[in-house]
Design a protein around this ligand. Sequence first.
Ligand code: URP
Ligand code: ZN
Ligand code: ZN
Length: 460
Amino acid sequence: MSVLIQGGRIVTASEDFTGDLLIDGEKVVAWGTRLDVRADLTLDARDKLVFPGGIDPHTHLEMGIGRGISTSDDFDSGSEAALCGGTTTLIDFANQVPGASMFDAFFEWKSRAKHSNCDVGAHVTITDLPPERIPELDALFAEGVSSYKMFMAYPGRLYTDDRTRFRAYREVARRGGILLMHAESGLVIDELVSEAVAAGHTEAVWHARTRPPELGAEAIHRSAVLAKMTGVPLYIVHMNCAQGVEVLRQARADGVEIYGEVCPQYLYMDESRLEGPEGARYLCSPPLRPVGHPEALWRAMLQGEFSTVATDHCPFDSRHREAALDFRQVPNGLGGVEERMRYLFSEGVVKRGLSLREFVALTSTRAAQLFGLWPRKGTLAPGADADVVVWDPAQTATLSASNPRLHHSKSDYSCYEGLEVTGGPELVLLRGEVVVREGALVSRGRGRYLSRGPAGKPLK
Ligand code: URP
Ligand code: ZN
Ligand code: ZN
């Protein structure tokens, strides 16, 4: 089947022109200002923008956290929400159980990911790496896993010590991969948490007060030092504070290959959300920061400091949050996979003058380049997968969990409730087939596992 998308403003990270895009089967086969061809299906894109499908490289679908609690979205609902927001590819996480095989974690993840409606890849979270387990990395790279996450937070669960991290950095670097870091000094945080709880402070806002921004910045610095020594490309997930941006800049100036990911929640909300009876709904790690940090992050983004905008989509139902009497029991994480592109277009492009090409780079292209999907994903150039978003820049909407056209996540609330946005997807194509029309998923079950190549460098 061939599809001609006609007369739209085609924007990629490197091109911006009005013209036509021709798809044959699953691939883009031609683009130009005027294509003199016939196709089985012609889509009129006049007055619309035509973007490569979004790539969200940070989601946690159907992730169990113990106590019988999992993130609200499974692969079916999470990928439906992603597609309805213009995102056609997710990179999710397979978490190694400490002491167990990374490979088993990956295969367990892969059996769940079969239910995805959009394309999916996996980062593997390394929680321990004794020498005898290192060969598993070869098998994982052969399966197309070229990116690995580690935690400097959550002692006793996901935390890794310096020795393990140093070893993992080296082994991932040797194989051409990239290391994702959750940079928060978990041991110091635990000390602050014990003190706060002993003083009777168990309300949600104390989650943020016991995880000060300095401990995020300090962790980025330490991980950057090891990255420089080992030569591993380092990707700092969920950048969240002004101090962190400063350390990112310094590390880059010092020659470290380091990339920053920011998430809409840190651009949109501040720590005051954690106050009051509904505060637990807004609890995530790293936490929302005091007033001033969101604008500092926006400034950094407009100065080109960040490589990607991802979501860390990790929603939990409000009942699991508000039932917790103590911030230590509240599941950590927020949703946003469906809102990501609308939020960044409206608040970034429309309100703050973010360029369209940078919007595409942040939401799609650089993730493809860093995580071994380029040039198959992240562009509309001939040869790429025909993952296409026909975006209406004039569409307006009020985001709400009660609007079935705007909220496909199973989470019972949205952090963006009531936010008015301009711009949204009119049509979404996944590998050549229209999968979203008028805010609804019209084709299910087309998602594929993405075996990824080595980590690359963003082209600009
Ligand atoms: O609070 C968060 N971010 N939960 C998800 C796990 C993580 O640290 O990315
Ligand atoms: Zn994290
Ligand atoms: Zn995460």
